[in-house]
Design a protein around this ligand. Structure first.
Ligand code: ADP
Ligand code: MG
Ligand code: ZN
Length: 487
């Protein structure tokens, strides 16, 4: 048998991050008491008229702009007719032709250092169905319509992917992008980002595609990978036995790790699409598109370049970009104090770990960027020492205090004046005579212990460098003769 290669295309559903549904004002909130977030529109009552949610349109267009799609100034909703118990209208309101966005692409970095550009076919808007809940004990099926009418975009790729790992890589990158844009919250366990995988095999190098099977509704990256691996094996086996793959819809059983037929081509749907007469064409103005384009965040590559240009090392920029909200926080602080390395190190060592501990997004912290910038300044001009900053930080962070204000009112600034430090140095040298003499006899490491005692004496305010200098000189003067005796 010739060697076969897999061909994969994805259809991704992402729930748009809106407060209300696509055609009515019901909340999109997850987990509410069944059938409480419903109205005459989303339960398909006769005569109820849908009205398009403007925010959903903006988010769909934003996704398209970020993915390099052409956004149609006018698109159309159609009725996609079929019967499901959780679809009260008897049709899904979706877009066939023209959809909101056409074309576009997403480029992946492959493991071997090369890149691959995956083309998009289209992005369209549609509403979600409700949910059937099957109560096997009581032999009942129940319907919850809270989800009915929730806004989705469907992103359809060209069949450009050729392995499970490429597909997973693509989905992860797309997910991260859409979440970063605020297009979707992307909570996969709640079904906000899920995907159908189309997969076929063809003789290596052949331009003709084989017959595809479609695995429906996968809601984790892991399952996508497993389902594709399984399906490649299954189809390889079918061809190996001289059989042919039939065009069918499959379900992935994640417990057994295998795909199972849901319906075959013979029963394939004829949706009888026609333009939805209750909705006017969807229009999007040039001004709105221009405004949306301005809100697009830079690509990760651009964002990294920008941070490096401000003075961060490439690795530091990467670390910052890995944490949601951190680059924005950095730029805000940097606007006030342009000491990029110091802002970065304060974030890395103190601020971000504290946020992580509290499960807080940087933008939600009381310790806002101007406060971190103020702390950077205090450190740079020596008003506050590193150690003191570390000690005070948890309190600043918890209360959102302005460090410069706290230093002024609490007399917390660093003591660098030798005349103020010397009495403490003398006291410590007296109290720790044995250690002081050890230092004199060459045990240099013990100096940091002595300086530590001065820090303690000063309640953390002593400048360690000045204290160390004073301590060295003082100990020499005071014990130089005596030290020889004891050795
Ligand atoms: P439908 O709307 O009936 O599901 P489409 O032609 O719109 O069919 O394709 C849906 C998805 O299937 C797309 O992502 C496309 O790239 C992919 N696809 C189409 N043909 C094949 C094939 N032979 N093998 C793998 N994927 C395919
Ligand atoms: Mg399909
Ligand atoms: Zn409603």
């Amino acid at each position: 048998m010739e060697t076969m290669e897999p061909v994969i295309g994805l259809e991704i559903h992402a729930q748009l991050n809106t407060r209300t549904k696509l055609f009515c004002a019901c909340p999109t909130e997850f987990g509410a008491v069944p059938n409480t977030n419903v109205c005459e529109v989303c339960t398909g009552q006769p005569g109820a008229l849908p009205r398009m949610n403007g925010k959903a349109l903006e988010l769909a267009a934003k996704a398209g702009l970020a993915l390099g799609s052409a956004v149609n100034r006018e698109s159309l909703f159609s009725r996609k007719n079929y019967f499901y118990p959780d679809l009260p209208n008897g049709f899904q309101t979706s877009q066939l032709d023209p959809p909101i966005c056409q074309g576009g692409s997403l480029t992946l970095e492959l493991g071997d250092g090369t890149e691959k550009t995956v083309r998009l076919n289209r992005i369209h808007m549609e509403d979600d169905a409700g949910k059937c809940l099957h109560d096997e004990k009581r032999g009942l099926s129940l319907v919850d319509l809270n989800r009915a009418g929730t806004p989705l975009i469907e992103i359809v790729t060209e069949p450009d992917l050729s392995s499970a790992s490429e597909a997973v890589n693509f989905l992860k990158k797309l997910h991260a992008l859409l979440v970063r844009l605020g297009v979707t919250k992307g909570r996969m366990e709640e079904g906000e980002f899920r995907c159908d995988v189309n997969i076929s095999l063809k003789p290596k190098g052949s331009p003709v595609l084989g017959t595809r099977a479609e695995i429906k509704n996968l809601n984790s990256f892991k399952f996508v990978g497993q389902a594709i691996e399984y399906e490649i094996e299954r189809q390889t086996g079918v061809y190996g036995r001289g059989g042919s793959v039939s065009q069918e819809t499959l379900h992935f059983d994640s417990e057994k790790g295998e795909t199972r037929s849901l319906r075959s081509k013979e029963e394939a749907h004829d949706y009888r699409y026609f333009p939805q007469p209750d909705l006017p064409p969807v229009e999007i103005s040039g001004e709105l598109l221009a405004r949306l384009r301005e809100t697009l965040p830079p690509t990760p590559e651009e964002a990294k370049k920008r941070l490096v240009a401000l003075g961060l090392k490439p690795r530091q920029a990467e670390l910052l970009l890995e944490r949601p909200g951190a680059p924005e926080y950095f730029h805000e602080a940097h606007k006030i104090d342009d000491d990029a390395p110091r802002i970065y190190s304060l974030m890395e060592e103190l601020f971000l770990p504290a946020c992580q501990k509290e499960g807080l997004d940087p933008s939600d912290s009381l310790f806002a960027p101007p406060k971190l910038a103020a702390l950077a300044k205090l450190l740079r001009d020596g008003t506050v020492g590193r150690r003191k900053a570390q000690e005070l930080f948890p309190d600043f962070f918890a209360k959102g205090s302005d460090p410069s204000e706290a230093v002024r009112s609490g007399n917390l600034s660093q003591i660098t004046d030798p005349s103020e430090l010397l009495p403490m140095v003398e006291k410590v040298a007296g109290a720790f005579e044995k250690e002081a003499k050890k230092f004199l006899s060459g045990e240099e490491k013990i100096l940091s212990f002595l300086v530590g005692q001065v820090m303690k004496e000063s309640r953390g305010r002593a400048c360690p460098k000045t204290s160390a200098e004073l301590m060295k000189n003082h100990v020499k003067e005071r014990f130089a003769g005596a030290a020889k005796e004891t050795v």
